[in-house]
Ligand binder design. Structure first.
Ligand SMILES: NC(=O)c1ccc[n+]([C@@H]2O[C@H](COP(=O)([O-])OP(=O)(O)OC[C@H]3O[C@@H](n4cnc5c(N)ncnc54)[C@H](OP(=O)(O)O)[C@@H]3O)[C@@H](O)[C@H]2O)c1
Length: 298
């Protein structure tokens, strides 16, 4: 199949491109720099120069492909506005096509808010962080678009063998022999998934355009941050005692998104598992730790 990827150089997108290429799909991926051109080319994809913020450039091309994957985000104050412009352009461009366009859109576990001892399934009402609430609106707009066949993936917190992903901050501190900083509480639970396991979800959904709606993607339903930090500090031989920062301090220093890692959450992928027979290959984040420490680019 021919797949157009937005965000193909990010934590999630890099793994998606690798998996698509591995399955012999042809990948055209939006790129905004020479560095991204090179990364995409070496991964076996073809870069297409443009910006998420200027969809007039690429939306018609994207909908001419068999499927489009949206895994790009600016992570600036304009994040919601840029996504709105891009996704509206995509929905509009799809209307000129005879056949509906397959779209895989990226949501996220933070849209469920704090779940505590409950385990979020796809029918749980959203309670998004204010800085990500636009994702709920955009998901619904894309699910309602008449010429799009949309599946929305809600990834858990994504860790990655390249640079650690959501563990990056912990690994950098441990690697430098420093105490690891925890925002909020050691008891906070994070749902987890490794990036290549997540990539298989996107690729399976690309290939199964009959599946529309929301899909949680998670390998471990909820692991305490305290345990993650203790495993990492032990593996690196760095000081075991973490530094605990309050949520308020973390937000003040890093911006509104920093409330996300303080959410105590659990999430289930039961719907996905029954729909596509998907199972994560890494079901315990500790499994690849030694390989990870050897290969990590931090
Ligand atoms: N990572 C997680 O744990 C996680 C979990 C749940 C949901 N999500 C969601 O998944 C999405 C992707 O997350 P991520 O962690 O993979 O992000 P990321 O690593 O920061 O990657 C962002 C991607 O977007 C691209 N991009 C940014 N601004 C662009 C622009 N103006 N034009 C074109 N491309 C642009 C980047 O390209 P460059 O290489 O050029 O910068 C990069 O490929 C986000 O919506 C995020 O909220 C992430």
């Amino acid at each position: 199949m021919q797949v157009f990827v937005l965000g193909g150089t990010g934590t999630i997108g890099t793994a998606i491109v690798a998996e698509l290429v591995n399955r012999n799909h042809q990948v055209l991926a939006l790129s905004r720099s020479k560095k991204s051109d090179e990364l995409l080319t070496s991964a076996g994809a073809t870069p297409f120069r443009g910006s998420l913020a200027k969809p007039d450039n690429w939306a018609d091309v994207a909908v001419s492909y068999d499927a489009v994957i949206q895994a790009a985000a600016t992570f600036c104050d304009d994040m919601g506005d840029v996504d709105a412009k891009a996704m509206k352009a995509l929905a509009q461009a799809s209307e000129a096509r005879t056949e509906p366009t397959r779209l895989i859109y990226t949501g996220g576990c933070w849209l469920y808010g704090r779940t505590g001892d409950e385990i979020a399934m796809e029918d749980r009402p959203f309670d998004p962080l204010p800085s990500f609430s636009w994702m709920v609106t955009h998901s619904q707009m894309l699910l309602d678009a008449p010429k799009l066949r949309t599946a929305v993936v809600h990834p858990a917190m994504v860790y990655d063998m390249r640079d650690g992903g959501v563990f990056h901050r912990f690994l950098s501190a441990a690697n430098a022999g420093q105490r690891i900083e925890i925002w909020g509480s050691e008891a906070t639970r994070w749902p987890l998934i490794e990036s290549s396991d997540l990539a298989r979800v996107y690729c399976d959904l690309v290939e199964r355009s009959d599946l529309v709606g929301y899909f949680n993607a998670v390998a471990e339903e909820g692991v305490t941050v305290g345990r993650i930090v203790s495993v990492i500090s032990e593996a690196f031989g760095s000081p075991a005692e973490p530094i605990i920062r309050t949520e308020e301090d973390a937000v003040k220093e890093n911006g509104a998104w920093a409330k996300g890692p303080t959410l105590d959450q659990q999430m289930s992928a039961r719907k996905l598992q029954s729909a596509i027979d998907w199972l994560p290959q890494i079901r315990n984040f500790e499994e690849p730790m030694s390989q990870w420490i050897a290969d990590l680019q931090i």
